[in-house]
Design a protein around this ligand. Structure first.
Ligand code: ADP
Ligand code: MG
Length: 271
């Protein structure tokens, strides 16, 4: 049962009773408060997000929809600490335990080094264009976040464990037969599987996916969606940007961005 490797803490912290609870009492995992982001273009201020209030619940599969240019990527980047808001907050909600009550921590304004460390520990990212490194094999691409995160010595000391971890995750996404292949030798679906494996190597709590099926044919897109859903079933919180209503309708909940604000839609109401 190779998939069980992904159940190790801190990746999978929600046990079955809580999973059942969350169906009736969702626990927030990540939220934005009055989030504003303005870009400056040729001296003109362009407000993209104008007070976005949204929450991703723990263990939830959230779809974020909206027209092209509505700010979906901007929002996802802010949620994952790849960018900072002009106004407003991003808050991470820490899971309650027997010793600690639930608490939420503002994370967008942390010092850069702390923010980087938190980003690497909490978030995994996947993108429409995969962003694999072309000169590296699948195995090397998947391990690359650990290589970047650790000192040379730290990586060297743990190299066997990291290689095993990468191989297990690559197996989990169904790419074991492509370990030594470079991205140019892979199909689009295989590249996205490799990118998903890379996003999981640091055992993130929250996966942020920006149009992950946008470059794929319909069937391959459905396969990638099925993989994401199975990871979500294992406890991974997912926020996925998509303009595909069929995919959005498979999520637990949908929010739509329009006019710089977000609107909650019930599942199935994307069309
Ligand atoms: P979406 O992902 O919904 O298509 P984006 O978040 O990429 O939308 O972009 C929203 C708006 O912000 C667009 O008008 C885009 O041109 C603008 N924008 C995005 N990133 C930048 C940037 N770095 N500099 C200037 N304008 C930007
Ligand atoms: Mg976008």
């Amino acid at each position: 049962m190779v998939g069980l490797v992904l159940l190790d803490p801190p990746y999978f912290k929600v046990d079955l009773p809580i999973m059942t609870d969350r169906l009736t009492f969702p626990l927030p995992h990540l939220s934005t408060v009055a989030l504003e982001r303005t870009y400056l273009k040729a001296q003109v201020r362009i407000p993209v997000l104008r007070g976005v209030e949204m929450t991703v619940n723990r263990g939830e599969f959230l779809a974020i929809v909206g027209q092209s240019g509505s700010g979906k990527s901007t929002l996802l980047h802010l949620m994952g600490l790849l960018d900072q808001p002009n106004i407003g907050e991003v808050r991470l909600h820490v899971e309650p335990t027997e010793d600690h009550p639930a608490e939420s921590l503002r994370i967008d304004n942390l010092p850069p080094a702390t923010r980087d460390a938190l980003r690497n520990r909490v978030f995994g990212f996947i993108f429409q264009a995969y962003h694999l490194l072309p000169e590296l094999t699948v195995l090397e691409n998947v391990q690359s976040p650990l290589m970047i995160r650790e000192s040379v010595l730290g990586y060297w000391k743990n190299r066997r464990e990291y290689r095993d971890r990468a191989c297990e995750i690559i197996d989990r996404v169904g790419l074991s037969h492509r370990l030594k292949h470079r991205p140019s030798e892979l199909s689009g679906g295989e590249m996205q599987r490799a990118a998903i494996a890379r996003s999981l190597i640091s055992r993130p709590e929250i996966l942020l996916a920006d149009e992950p099926t946008g470059n794929l044919d319909a069937q391959t897109g459905r396969d990638i969606m099925a993989l994401l859903k199975s990871l979500n079933d294992e406890g991974l919180t997912i926020a996925m940007v998509t303009h595909d209503d069929n995919l959005a309708n498979q999520a637990d909940r949908i929010i739509r961005l329009a006019n710089g604000r977000s609107v909650d839609l019930a599942n199935g109401a994307a069309a």
